[in-house]
Design a protein around this ligand. Sequence first.
Ligand SMILES: Nc1ncnc2c1ncn2[C@@H]1O[C@H](COP(=O)(O)OP(=O)(O)O)[C@@H](O)[C@H]1O
Ligand SMILES: O=c1ccn([C@@H]2O[C@H](COP(=O)(O)OP(=O)(O)O)[C@@H](O)[C@H]2O)c(=O)[nH]1
Length: 239
Amino acid sequence: MRVVVSVGGSVLAPDLRADRVEEYAGALGSLADAGHEVAAVVGGGGVAREYIGTARELGANEGQLDQLGIEVTRLNARLLITALGERAAPVPREGYEEATETLRRDGVAVMGGVVPGQTTDAVSAALAEYADADLLVYATNVDGVYDADPSADDDATRYDSLAAEELVALVAEGESLGSAGSNAPIDLLAAKILQRSALRTFVLDGSNPDRVREAVETGDFDGTEVRPDAEGGLSEEDR
Ligand SMILES: Nc1ncnc2c1ncn2[C@@H]1O[C@H](COP(=O)(O)OP(=O)(O)O)[C@@H](O)[C@H]1O
Ligand SMILES: O=c1ccn([C@@H]2O[C@H](COP(=O)(O)OP(=O)(O)O)[C@@H](O)[C@H]2O)c(=O)[nH]1
């Protein structure tokens, strides 16, 4: 199976602890050893938010803040690459073609951010689309997609599954103006890519990397499945 795993920065390196990064490398490496083609897209987490906060106070604009965020995602990607050792290309892949080539031929492809104006949620979806992945897994710091932000609303209810077009509507409703470092389960651009490409997608709590491995191997997981639309994506006239 060809799989793209989106690993939130807060999930990969909550306190920059080596053991969590090693566990992630172990889980992804064992999937690769079992014959799966694996790519990981790493987020910026708390470290990116701290840099963005400081640079914002210093007067950086949104594009500059995003670029700072991208640099941090690539630093986090380098941590995972270090832990993966020989299994990964030695430098974070900077584009979808390059990442696809690596995952097809040279082992685990690891990416961070790509361009300002989005998050690694969208990078993961775009890579999964470009590489014709069979599965996209969002390993994040929440155990699925809820009908409201569960950290702000005690009555928030989790979806076991929802259609990509329902996800687009949910995220669009909650999306603020999208300033750098903002929180959301999956950003709007990512949700739209899932919708147009009919990607099979799992959203789960990534704090235990073994659950990511199990989800890929068995298709069983505790979280939210984003279903491709019944028709298998958008029709030409809806695009
Ligand atoms: N509808 C929602 N469903 C789930 N989580 C949500 C929702 N809206 C906002 N969130 C928040 O999004 C956060 C996950 O986004 P983020 O911190 O960017 O994750 P990561 O760093 O793993 O990419 C959760 O901690 C949660 O509080
Ligand atoms: O392709 C990208 C990826 C990331 N970012 C910036 O980097 C930050 C950190 O990335 P992300 O939000 O994906 O990290 P996470 O919070 O999910 O760990 C984002 O908020 C954006 O400001 C960006 O501009 N373009």
